[in-house]
Ligand binder design. Structure first.
Ligand SMILES: Cc1ncc(C[n+]2csc(CCOP(=O)(O)OP(=O)(O)O)c2C)c(N)n1
Length: 566
């Protein structure tokens, strides 16, 4: 059937047809009363439905799928508690600009507002955490709304869009026609940057002696990594990325400074402080990056490229704002630039000195099982994999020691910092990229927030690997208590840990316990060889800290000095 021909379908069937037109191949979901008509249609559909064990995981899995593939992720839940269980996952996707369509069932239209059984005002609840949301009141509207939802979720600055579908909308019969195009008057993202602004940016760049490229997740969304590479080499300028920007520039390149900010490398932060020009691309000057805003890049002119006009000038004063798609703008910028010889030799020498003097560092000697060592081995043995992370110290060690080389291979909850994100996100990433080795680098606290998804990955044959850096603490919070609360470990000591190997085995996955440094590489190799999901329980040194560290609210060159580490 072409999109133009009309046939008589139920709302539920119209939904599934529309999803097929959008190229949806996978839905992560969980059924319930009001979505039964939709589930009944799914039964005959070619779309793969993955039954998660908790709706929060459905949203995170759709999010991981979207980040790994660049396509829009789809999740589905029933009304009331099903819908509210999606909320954290939707907020997580919103903060990190992930294209997602969240479908929820709703009680029948005549019951809405009556406190009916399993009614929740999910469109009201998600207004601040969605790019747009819809309650479909008339089944005839369904095709257009679905088309709009996918368009809005994936264009401009991507984000989650929620569509709430009352039960009677699913069962009504309509003349189904899927629109080929749509026109939304109030929504017109800008793609090409303004030529005058691009020219102004070129003038600043041509004059700069100490430029730094500061790259965020927007660069990855736009697919601008090749252009960033060309620009960095053309200018011979150092490149630092945010957590979300990891992958936009290869971290084994001599111009790479790694990550900046609260747990950034010393040399990245020093370079920012000393720079005379900051070229910010798809980055939003988050407080974890800037620290004390007045001291951030005090001597630098700022060029800021972003597709979302609301980001420009939001946190810092910008000299040249350019609204649009990073890839398109950089292409134009590179072809306009008149640079014969880069003028950064002296600048790069200074940066080399910092790199030598202040490398990333931890206590390597001895037999102790250090988390940093484990991540280094994962990086070495699995250099072509996708790494997801949970939140906490595990996330920062992953950011430091996984030297990401390609976009969409480092997946982490940046904006919301959601514990329990990594495991379901890894599941989604593996479904989207079945030929890649997909790891979740986890903490023992975080993994327990969505550990039930072991059942999902076993049942659906999704062989993700989980490296649990098990310090038996809520490590990052404990670190703050150690440094700023006089070592008063108030409720961060996790004494009641399960046996993770047995938990994995109980679900039908594989479990490996590692207590010695000498066992690390073999365990990783064994996990890689296995065709099952694997948990590796690494019993790491308990009170290891993440350094470098800048205290919240300090300038980004004011590092914590502690116990010989800096
Ligand atoms: C859902 C949620 N609750 C609470 C927090 C606050 N928090 C941030 S890091 C952290 C500790 C994480 O512990 P664990 O997962 O064991 O990782 P580690 O820091 O030890 O690597 C906590 C509680 C959070 N980020 N997310």
């Amino acid at each position: 059937m072409s999109a133009k021909e009309s046939e008589r379908f139920s709302g539920a069937k119209s939904l599934i047809k529309s999803l097929e037109y959008e190229g949806v191949d996978t839905i992560f979901g969980y059924p319930g009363g009001v979505v039964l008509p939709i589930y009944d249609e799914l039964f005959d559909s070619d779309i793969r439905h993955i039954l998660v064990r908790h709706e929060q995981a459905a949203a995170h899995a759709a999010d991981g799928y979207a980040r790994a593939t660049g396509r829009t992720g789809v999740c589905l839940a029933t009304s009331g508690p099903g819908a509210t269980n999606l909320v954290t996952g939707i907020a997580n996707a919103y903060m990190d600009s992930v294209p997602m369509v969240a479908l929820t069932g709703q009680v029948a239209t005549n019951l809405i507002g009556n406190d009916a059984f399993q009614e929740a005002d999910i469109t009201g609840i998600t207004i601040p955490i969605t790019k747009n949301n819809y309650l479909i009141k008339d089944a005839k509207e369904l095709p257009r709304i679905i088309k709009e939802a996918f368009y809005i979720a994936s264009t401009g600055r991507p984000g989650p869009v929620l569509v709430d579908i009352p039960k009677d909308v699913s069962t009504s019969i309509i003349n189904y026609e899927y629109p080929e195009t749509i026109e939304i008057k109030s929504y017109k993202p800008t793609f090409a940057g303004h030529p005058k602004q691009i020219k102004k940016a070129c003038e600043l760049i041509e004059k700069a002696e100490r430029p730094v490229l500061y790259i965020g997740g927007g660069a990855i969304i736009s697919g601008a990594h090749d252009e960033i590479f060309s620009l960095a080499e053309l200018l011979m300028a150092p490149v630092t990325t945010t957590l979300m920007g990891k992958g936009a520039f290869p971290e084994d390149h001599p111009l790479s400074l790694g990550m900046l900010g609260m747990h950034g490398t010393r040399y990245a932060n020093y370079a920012i402080i000393d720079s005379d020009l900051l070229i910010a691309i798809g980055a939003r000057f988050d407080d974890r990056v800037t620290g004390k805003i007045e001291s951030f890049a005090p001597n630098a002119k700022v060029i800021h490229i972003d597709i979302d006009p609301a980001e420009l000038g939001k946190n810092v004063k910008v000299d040249v704002p350019i609204v649009g798609d990073a890839k398109m703008i950089l292409k134009k910028l590179i072809s306009t630039l008149k640079i014969k010889l880069p003028r950064t030799q002296e600048w790069m020498r200074k940066i080399e000195t910092w790199k030598k003097e202040f490398p990333l560092d931890y206590e390597v000697s001895g037999k102790d099982l250090r988390p940093q060592y484990i991540v280094q081995q994962l990086n070495e043995l699995c250099s072509d994999g996708i790494f997801c992370t949970e939140v906490g110290q595990n996330q920062m060690w992953a950011a430091h020691y996984i030297r990401t080389k390609k976009p969409r291979t480092f997946i982490s909850s940046g904006g919301l910092g959601t514990m329990g994100y990594g495991f379901p996100a890894a599941m989604g990433a593996k479904v989207g990229c079945p030929d890649k080795d997909v790891w979740d680098i986890a903490g023992d606290g975080s993994i327990q927030m969505n550990i039930q998804e072991l059942a999902t990955v076993v049942e659906n044959d999704i062989p993700v690997k989980v490296a649990i850096l098990n310090n038996m603490y809520l490590g990052m919070v404990r670190q703050w208590q150690e440094l700023f609360y006089n070592r008063r470990y108030s409720f961060t000591n996790m004494k009641g840990q399960p046996n993770f190997v047995k938990v994995a085995e109980a679900y039908g996955a594989e479990g490996i316990e590692v207590t010695k440094k000498s066992e690390v590489r073999d365990a990783i190799k064994k996990a890689l060889k296995s065709d099952k999901p694997v948990f590796i329980d690494f019993k790491v040194t308990r009170e290891e800290n993440v350094f470098p560290m800048v205290p919240a609210g300090a300038a980004i060159n004011e590092f914590v000095e502690y116990g010989g580490f800096r």
